[in-house]
Design a protein around this ligand. Structure first.
Ligand SMILES: N[C@@H](CCC(=O)N[C@@H](CS)C(=O)NCC(=O)O)C(=O)O
Length: 222
């Protein structure tokens, strides 16, 4: 049995990636929630992940940490987690890696917080740059892959990696063009995503420094 260690569903963007991937592909696993996002790193995480971060996955004696390593480990047994076509697969890997290693301004300014809804003034310029790049990725994927509602048609690791961005755009009320808005709606209606949101809503563990949002971004939607 796979054991997945994750952070609070309201705050842990990295944890959502392997969780939604396992759920979508109906791979059974046991989940263990560790408290994250405090003023200091939770020392208990070291017991399950040597880098002291969640998500982490255990399978027997094998321990994997880091969301991308977990996704690649799972795809070894289930290659359909990546697109079938070689060139699509190369692109899916590229945008997944870009997500994993980039968009620092967006992550800093738009921390994941599913209980929050923010409206108001436009995001700072460096966040706008990240938003524009993400929208360009989504638009081109959705224009090229019409055989299904996800980035490469069928759900793939790329969608799992962009899932937390969908949440952030929803929280911070980021306006996106139609195809991207449809993609966001598809992701927000994914049964696993809805399950994650519901569990986040019921969490009582709160982080004042994330909840007391002083900034507000993006044009308000009617
Ligand atoms: N590169 C890692 C990043 C993981 C990460 O930063 N996790 C945060 C939670 S979202 C964490 O474990 N923080 C420890 C803490 O807040 O105590 C991955 O993709 O898995």
């Amino acid at each position: 049995m796979l054991e997945l260690f994750i952070g609070n569903k309201n705050y842990s963007s990295w944890s959502l990636r392997p969780w939604i991937l396992l759920k979508h592909f109906e791979i059974p696993f046991r989940e263990h929630l560790l408290s994250v996002g405090g003023m200091t790193i939770n020392p208990d995480i070291r017991n399950v992940a040597e880098n002291g971060r969640v998500p982490a996955l255990h399978e027997g004696d094998i321990r994997i940490w880091d969301s991308l390593a977990i996704a690649e480990y799972l795809a070894e047994s289930m290659p359909s987690m990546w697109p079938k076509d070689r060139s699509d697969r190369a692109r899916a890997r590229s945008i997944t890696a870009e997500m994993h290693s980039g968009f620092a301004a967006l992550r800093k300014e738009f921390p994941m917080n599913l209980k929050l809804r923010v409206q108001g003034r436009p995001a700072p310029a460096e966040v706008q740059v990240d938003i524009q790049r993400i929208v360009a990725i989504w638009q081109s994927c959705r224009e090229q892959h019409r055989d299904g509602p996800y980035l490469f048609g069928a759900f793939s690791i790329a969608d799992a990696f962009y899932a937390p961005i969908v949440c952030r755009f929803e929280t911070y009320n980021v306006e996106v063009p139609e195809k991207s808005a449809q993609y966001m709606a598809t992701m927000l209606k994914h049964p696993a995503m809805m399950q994650w949101y519901e569990a986040a809503r019921l969490e009582s563990d709160s982080r004042a420094h994330y909840d007391a949002q002083t900034h507000s971004y993006g044009p308000s939607r009617p």
